[in-house]
Design a protein around this ligand. Structure first.
Ligand code: FMN
Length: 219
């Protein structure tokens, strides 16, 4: 959509951009995997290692959960929202007809990647570069988002469908306790993945005109 046609010097560039174009949000996922668990772990490892971070602070923390460990995340979310229903903060009917089926759909997938930021690890660099102190937290989140994106694209490249969720901070405490994670790890996102059983929904694009400006281009 809106792209000019060019031949790239490196065919891998075309492949990379094709992967970016084919990454979508898939909600109907089943608990199957087209690849080995080692291959999934390799995707996550390379993403954690090679995604850049400001000043190379390496603030992202990631937990890969497969099968029954993955299902625990969504049991935690279901229980947390059931408590809100019991407290009268979420209408029971909304929970039963909308929220619970959605959470059960995540639960039916193969795995979840939990993405955290360790903001505490930034204390010394904030002190050292006090002029930028207020920039480090947003930079850490931006770096985390890059990791999320790379894992998402790579999993879909290998035949998974995936969707990105944000049930934090509702589930944070139970997540931390269940897997004995450091309390300094602040949950940012949950990437749910499995084999997709339906096509992604229609996607519309705001025209590039008004979103992208180019100056100084050779004719
Ligand atoms: C930063 C960010 C946060 C998102 N949060 C959620 C979310 O909490 N729940 C959800 O179902 N989708 C979430 N999404 C998915 C977007 O709704 C989706 O990517 C967008 O509508 C474009 O559709 P596509 O992923 O199929 O290209 C998020 C995406 C991004 C990039």
């Amino acid at each position: 959509m809106g792209s000019i046609q060019v031949d790239f010097k490196n065919p891998a560039t075309t492949t990379l951009l094709e992967l970016a174009k084919s990454r979508r949000t898939y909600y109907d996922l089943k608990a199957e995997s087209p690849i080995s668990d080692d291959a999934i772990e390799a995707i996550v490892q390379d993403s954690v290692l090679h995604v850049p971070s400001s000043f190379n602070t390496q603030t992202s923390r990631v937990v890969l959960l497969l099968k029954e460990e993955h299902r625990k995340v969504w049991d935690i979310a279901i229980n947390a929202i059931e408590e809100l229903v019991a407290a009268g903060q979420v209408p029971k009917e909304v929970f039963e007809t909308q929220t619970k089926p959605k959470l059960n759909a995540f639960r039916a997938a193969y795995g979840t990647v939990l993405f955290f930021v360790d903001y505490d690890s930034l204390a010394s660099i904030k002190e050292k570069f006090s002029l930028y102190a207020d920039k480090f937290d947003p930079f850490a989140m931006e770096s985390n988002a890059m990791t999320q994106y790379l894992v998402w694209v790579a999993l879909e490249s290998e035949g998974f469908g995936a969707n990105l969720q944000h049930y934090n901070p509702l589930i944070d405490e139970q997540i931390q306790k269940t897997w004995g994670l450091p309390t300094s790890w602040k949950l940012d996102a949950q990437l749910v993945f499995g084999v997709s059983t339906t096509d992604p929904g229609e996607k519309t694009f705001t025209p590039l005109e008004g979103r992208l400006k180019v100056f100084g281009k050779s004719q």
